[in-house]
Design a binder for this molecule. Structure first.
Ligand code: FPP
Length: 250
């Protein structure tokens, strides 16, 4: 990882982990085998973030739309997530990794929720790396929920409608405690955001790779970070405004 500039790493990386099914199909195995191997990529990318000092990682593990998959795959995915939460908890505690949940708890199977609650509670005081699992999550649903929460505060007389700003609205999202993602990685080669962090991605850099999630490991992550470091983030300004004075042409 030597070729990376440690001063220009993203603070928050968000990942759409796509391609597990195709990876399994290529190997003439069932889709669940692909998800299981995907869990090994998750472990490796969490380790990379820890070693590099990237403080926030958010992973799209189960979307609102994923409920429409065949019941057997839905069940297998939740079983895998439950097992993962239980088996990784000692390692998370040992390495001081905080685990957060982004999404609706309502609808998550009770046995998964228990493991999730245990992991979130027992790691809540750590702050070296925060890994957020987006589970039972949808970006549009999150925005509608935030609007309802704001409206309820207005009705209760706690807030004025005029007080609403982008910053205040962000406080009603699941990600209130997280900075906005700097880099979004999508594996599996599709060019879409699939209802992931719609509000939060406003100024994120997008990196899409054809590599399927179970094959996405440290070298692929480093490649994504390298490309990120070559991007110029302008946030709507001109190139001249965003470059340090010393680098500007005279
Ligand atoms: C997309 O691949 C992946 C998912 C719907 C689930 C993501 C879950 C994992 C990576 C399992 C491990 C995660 C954790 C946190 C332990 P796909 O099934 O849509 O693949 P396809 O596009 O090739 O069909």
């Amino acid at each position: 990882m030597q070729q990376l500039d440690p001063k220009r790493l993203p603070r928050h990386v968000a990942i759409i982990m796509d391609g597990n099914g195709r990876w399994a199909k290529q190997k003439l195995r069932n889709r669940v085998f692909g998800h299981e191997e995907g869990a090994n990529s998750v472990r490796e990318i969490v380790r990379c973030c820890r070693e590099l000092g990237i403080p926030y990682l958010t992973l799209y593990a189960f979307s609102k739309e994923n409920w429409q998959r065949p019941a057997s795959e839905v069940k297998a995915l939740w079983t895998l997530l439950k097992r993962f939460l239980k088996s990784e908890l000692p390692e998370l505690i040992d390495k001081h990794v905080r685990l957060c949940h982004v999404g609706d708890t309502e609808g998550i199977p009770g046995d998964v929720l228990r493991e999730l609650d245990a992991a979130v509670t027992q790691t809540a005081h750590f702050n070296t790396l925060t890994v957020s699992l987006a589970m039972n999550y949808g970006g549009r649903q999150e925005i509608v929920r935030a609007a309802k929460l704001f409206a309820a505060d207005v009705l209760a007389g706690k807030l004025q409608p005029e007080s609403l700003s982008s910053e205040l609205f962000s406080q009603f999202l699941f990600t209130a405690a997280l900075p906005a993602p700097d880099l979004v990685i999508r594996t599996g080669g599709e060019y879409r955001v699939s209802n992931f962090l719609l509000w939060q991605l406003a100024y994120a850099e997008l990196y899409i790779t054809k590599v399927l999630w179970p094959d996405f490991r440290e070298p692929n992550f480093v490649e994504a970070l390298n490309e990120y470091q070559q991007r110029e983030r302008r946030f709507g300004k001109t190139s001249e405004q965003t470059q340090p004075e010393s680098a500007r042409a005279v």
